[in-house]
Design a protein around this ligand. Structure first.
Ligand code: FMN
Length: 404
């Protein structure tokens, strides 16, 4: 099933002449906002930004608020190493995203949307600006969109070059001109988001699914792939595979099928993979279906769908150290467990990589992970040691060999 990538191979796919009329928006504007939310709920779509929150439920929270104005924010910060799925949508099919944002706006009662794009995506930003002007020229943005009384505008903002600004509340601080640091929750953005107003923040892939859900119906969508987390999923695959790249698969496709049937197999002998970016746990089971409950069952998460495949030439000590170096660099420093914990974990792993680790250090890493998971302010600190602990769980002998 190709929903999100259906136009990717067409020449000039980013233009409205290839995308066509905003048919789903036309249909949505004939429905009641509550009816749109009911369709999105019926689709059972879970957000694609990493936290897997049900999209219909999020929209309903914002819809119920009586505070105005309300906003839609499309999160295109995409800083998770190995993830390049949202970039592809922005560059190859931006109108699918714009249509999804406008429908979200109508459903929750917002008249303004923002797309927060990471600073490292200048090409995507340029294409997006062009697509917004095309949508304006076709009357899909501006005053009285298709029907009298519904106005909607979309603004494009540039990210701050920091991974943490992908966290929805740090993103809001960054948009408001502050240093991007995660806020304490609650309140959640659907109650108090941008400028203190109800705000729906969704991932690009999530929003790009919306036109198809409205066109074909939530029930139709809910029958694709796995029943508990249905739909298709964009997978960015990198590492030791023959054909790294971006693939759209039905949820429920196994990791092994993705690697073998789409990526041409492993280069060398398979050792382990991160199924959803560096915030998830290494897994070694190739028969695990790519969906939320199955990945949770094996102790991991679907994350952003960034699969990093390692073969048997890779040292798990070095892989774990690389992951933690990223988090230590990117920690915003606001909360102590993350600011200190990521650096202490890096120091310990550095000792192992110089064959100077100790068995006590393994215990220390586990303790650090438990404290950071329980007490860090946001997902960055809570999940920073996931790859480390899973590497120790699966390959403790490698760490023991590096203990001096
Ligand atoms: C450190 C950190 C970085 C994140 N980066 C992104 C990102 O780049 N894009 C994204 O959509 N969500 C990211 N998230 C998740 C967002 O906070 C939020 O859950 C998501 O944008 C909601 O969209 P969804 O419901 O459509 O998944 C990040 C979370 C954390 C903690």
């Amino acid at each position: 099933m190709r929903i999100l990538t259906q136009n990717f191979d067409k020449p000039n796919s980013q233009s409205i002449s290839v995308y066509g009329e905003y048919v789903a928006l036309r249909k949505a504007l004939m429905m009641k906002p509550t009816g749109i939310i009911a369709e999105v709920k019926a689709s059972k779509m879970l957000g694609r930004g990493g936290a897997a929150f049900p999209t219909g439920q999020k929209w309903e929270f914002a819809r119920r608020s009586t505070d105005f104005p309300k906003y839609i924010v499309a999160n295109a910060d995409e800083g998770e190493p190995g993830t390049f799925k949202d970039k592809a949508i922005l560059e190859k099919d931006p109108h699918r995203l714009l249509e999804g944002i406008i429908i979200a706006g109508y459903a929750v009662g917002a008249s303004e949307g923002f797309i927060y794009t990471r600073a490292e995506y200048p090409k995507a930003k340029k294409i997006l600006a062009w697509a917004i002007s095309e949508a304006e020229a076709h009357g899909y943005l501006g005053d009285n969109v298709i029907v009298p009384g519904f106005s909607f505008r979309i603004h494009s903002c540039t990210g701050a070059g920091a991974y943490v600004c992908g966290d929805e509340t740090a993103l809001l601080d960054s948009m408001e001109g502050f240093r991007g640091c995660p806020r304490l929750k609650p309140p959640y953005p659907t109650d108090s988001g941008l400028r203190g107003r109800p705000t729906v923040i969704n991932n690009i892939e999530t929003l790009a699914n919306v036109p198809t859900i409205i066109k074909k119906g939530g029930e139709w969508y809910s029958k694709i792939g796995s029943p508990h987390s249905p739909g298709t999923k964009l997978m960015s695959v990198s590492g030791f595979v023959k054909k790294p790249g971006l693939y759209e698969v039905d949820t429920g496709t196994t990791l092994g099928e993705l690697i073998r049937d789409y990526c041409g197999g492993v280069v060398g002998k398979f050792k382990a993979a991160l199924p959803g970016g560096v915030s998830t746990r290494f897994i070694t089971q190739l028969d695990v279906p790519i969906d939320v409950p199955s990945l949770v069952d094996v102790g991991s998460l679907p994350g952003t769908g960034a699969v990093v495949v390692l073969n048997d030439t890779v040292s798990m000590v070095d892989a774990a150290k690389n992951c933690v170096r990223f988090f230590a660099d990117e920690s915003c420093g606001k909360c102590t467990p993350c600011r200190e914990g990521t650096h202490r974990a890096y120091e310990i792993l550095d000792r192992f990589s110089r064959n100077e680790g100790s068995l006590e250090d393994l215990g220390l890493l586990r303790e650090l992970h438990a404290v950071m998971y329980d007490t860090a302010n946001c997902g960055l600190g809570q999940s920073a040691l996931n790859p480390v602990i899973s590497a120790i769980d699966g390959f403790e002998d490698e760490f023991r060999r590096c203990a001096g």
